[in-house]
Unconditional design. Structure first.
Length: 266
């Protein structure tokens, strides 16, 4: 009896120690909530009336003109982009995954129009979610994201709302139009610079207008934007632009009229 009781005690102690170790590891593991910011909430601003498509300037590279996706490929396979074009608009196909540009860019001006569909469902981050990744690391599947989300009367953490550099810089205001109306992004992207040994020389900077209203004013980014964990810089020179298929329920986002003007030596 004494021997059995001793074994039982030893088993209980080992079980307790194992559970304590697992609990400690779980507590030490980063959680997405650790990088969410909920206040201050940017004020709502009503944008001016939408005047229709902004035609690309003469020196722009047209990335999508409503007729084909020749400038894009599937991020998952590297083959033809699997999103659907209808009436000059391309819509996300969740099963096909995200898409990225064939060309790689450094510094640029980008114009992009997107729409959250009428009938969108879900809430928070699961409502009209996508992302404009201004530079995308194909090997690692990471990048620098300007968030796309239905932020019209949809509460979420403010460093994850539409117009945020995801989990980093809160937009100055919220000029989101309701679902079913077109939204516009106009972005000036300055890629980071690195020394020969890979150390950061200059951070990435982004200026962004949302429906014609300034939301990011020459903001220095802290590195790539992560869902979990802190930002970090990984050296690169040029990178493709990526549009995300987030996997939200219900009808998907649409895009149109995407063009880019490489800046400087590009």
């Amino acid at each position: 009896m004494i021997r059995h009781r001793s074994l039982l005690i030893r088993f209980s102690v080992l079980t307790f120690l194992a559970f304590s170790t697992l609990s400690s590891v779980a507590q030490d593991r980063p959680r997405p909530e650790e990088t969410e910011v909920w206040e201050p909430v940017p004020p709502v601003v009503t944008p001016g009336a939408y005047a229709g498509l902004m035609a690309p300037p003469s020196d722009a590279i047209v990335l999508f003109d409503g007729t084909h996706l020749d400038e894009w490929v599937s991020t998952r396979t590297g083959e033809a982009a699997g999103w659907v074009i209808n009436d000059g608009v391309v819509s996300v196909v969740q099963a096909a995954g995200g898409i990225h540009t064939r060309r790689h860019f450094r510094d640029y001006q980008l114009h992009l129009e997107w729409m959250v569909p009428i009938g969108v469902i879900g809430s928070g981050q699961s409502r009209g979610n996508s992302g404009l990744f201004m530079a995308w690391d194909l090997e690692r599947g990471q990048g620098y994201e300007l968030q796309i989300l239905d932020s019209y009367e949809n509460e979420t953490y403010v460093n994850g709302m539409a117009g945020a550099t995801y989990k980093q810089s809160i937009p100055l205001v919220n000029p989101m139009r309701p679902p079913g109306q077109w939204q516009t992004y106009d972005v000036i992207w300055r890629a980071p610079r690195f020394e020969e040994d890979g150390t950061l020389a200059q951070p990435a900077r982004v200026t962004a207008f949302f429906n014609g209203i300034l939301i990011q004013d020459n903001v220095a980014m802290e590195g790539e934007t992560y869902y979990i964990g802190r930002p970090a810089y990984i050296p690169f020179e040029r990178a493709p632009i990526h549009l995300q298929a987030h996997g939200d329920p219900g009808p998907t986002l649409s895009f149109r009229n995407i063009w880019i003007r490489p800046l400087g030596q590009d």
